[in-house]
Ligand binder design. Structure first.
Ligand code: SDX
Length: 392
């Protein structure tokens, strides 16, 4: 039976693929985008610079970056009729469900994006997605808050626009804090791509049928929503708030996570590939200390998170299973300090992951990969005769 699951040499029917985008070593805790170390990119580049690198394969020149940013601005306007769609949702709808629907709806207003025939159509689809997705992502928050929907300001940068789109009210201009912009730049970079994770594999799978870029990204948003994947950053904060509400006893929850009869899992811990520290978690943990200190935020859940990590890293159950903090363990603490509502944390993960989804979809289409069609190991009944009703 094992033969049935060996990698098809042409990668045609297996669930695996070849990619030039991201290198990840789970044992060594290494992550690189197009050969550049995540530590360098998080420290020295902007999110749009890294988005360009991930999508087009090289760090942009200043002129290329300026043109990329200008083209994103040019296509950031969303068709006004999209408001009819968002108005159809109740305020209580989860932002990820709204975002997935709005992203798919973009196809109706941009039908040409479905079948990109050449490089310039591919480029246009990419900058349209980068521009419109950011606006729609913030509309999910504006809708649930009862605030009027904002538009991209062409005089400001991508991350600055995210903050304005989220928080600027008609009562007056929103003051952009450069510390918040830097923190978000870094967080978005750390989420930009992560090889064949659940949501990216979904984008490739949907895109392999030649469904358009918006439809493929919409599917990726739905996959990311799950609490075992991108939804974990929201689940981590809800877990930490519950621990805090129940007296802050981190060790009690560690025992719960180890109890096989208890469905509780330590959210933000463990990873399908990293069996060492997630390099992104190390960077985010350091950034959490810096951002909260600089903003003068003293959030008790940060101390609870550190206590959980400290105890888990010396606990046989976690050590023997190589369970370490992942990208989601500390990110929500920073988002909360920046004033982002908890149910928007996974939307921010999606904004960060967008360039990776686009890059992987582009690579799959440029490589003219066949439609995704993983095989299975059949474990059902052998052939059997039909039974009439009286024999059932
Ligand atoms: C992301 O793939 C990616 O790259 C994803 C991602 C990306 O950038 O796209 O990195 C983003 O999704 C990070 C993961 C976020 N999810 C969480 O933090 C949810 C909590 N984590 C777990 O549910 C779990 O660790 C997973 C889902 C991440 C991995 O699940 P697996 O592969 O089933 O875990 P495993 O096979 O490594 O588990 C081995 C053992 C099992 O126990 P035993 O059967 O051996 O007794 O460890 C246990 C698991 O029950 N275990 C946990 C645990 N994670 C695994 N026990 C308690 N708490 C946990 N968090």
């Amino acid at each position: 039976l094992t033969g049935a699951i060996t990698m098809d040499p042409g990668y045609k029917n297996s669930g695996s693929c070849k990619s030039d985008i991201t290198f990840l070593d789970g044992e060594e805790g290494i992550l690189r985008y197009r050969g550049y170390a995540i530590e360098d990119l998080a420290d020295k580049a902007s999110f749009l610079e890294v988005s360009y690198l991930v999508i087009f394969g090289e760090l942009p020149t200043r002129a290329q970056l300026e043109q990329f940013e200008a083209d994103i601005r040019k296509y950031s306007l969303v068709n006004e009729e999209m408001k009819n769609i968002i108005d159809g949702f109740p305020k209580t709808a989860h932002p990820m469900g709204v975002l997935s629907s709005l992203t798919s709806a973009l196809t109706a207003f941009n039908p040409k994006v479905v079948n990109v025939e050449n490089e310039s159509e591919m480029y246009e689809a990419i900058v349209k997605t980068m521009g419109k997705f950011l606006v729609l992502a913030t509309w999910t928050f504006r809708k649930s808050s009862g605030y009027p929907l904002n538009y991209y300001d062409n005089t400001k940068g991508y991350v600055e626009n995210f903050l304005r789109l989220m928080f600027e009210l008609p009562t007056g201009p929103y003051t952009i804090n450069p510390i918040v912009v830097d923190a978000l730049d870094k967080l978005f970079i750390l989420h930009a791509d992560h090889e064949q994770n659940c949501s990216t594999s979904t984008v490739r799978m949907v895109g392999s049928s030649h469904a358009g870029l918006f439809a493929s990204i919409s599917a990726g948003v739905s996959a990311l929503w799950g609490p075992l994947h991108g939804g974990a950053n929201q689940a981590v904060l809800e877990m930490l708030e519950e621990i805090q509400k129940n007296g802050g006893d981190a060790d009690k929850y560690l025992e719960k996570a180890k109890d096989k009869n208890d469905p509780f899992r330590l959210m933000g811990f463990g990873h399908r590939v990293y069996k060492n520290f997630d390099p992104r978690a190390k960077i985010i943990k350091k950034a959490a200390d810096e951002v909260l200190a600089t903003l003068g935020v003293n959030d008790p859940v940060l101390q609870i998170a550190k206590k959980l990590e400290e105890s888990a890293l010396v606990d046989e159950y976690f050590v023997s299973r190589k369970l370490y903090p992942n990208v989601d363990f500390y990110s929500g603490i920073i988002y909360r300090a920046l004033g982002i509502p908890t149910d928007m944390f996974t939307v921010l993960f999606a904004i960060g992951r967008l360039p990776g989804w686009i890059a992987q979809w582009k690579e799959m289409r440029e490589n003219k990969e066949p439609i995704g069609r993983p095989r299975q190991i059949y474990t059902g009944h052998p052939l059997r005769d039909f039974k009439p009703f009286e024999q059932r």
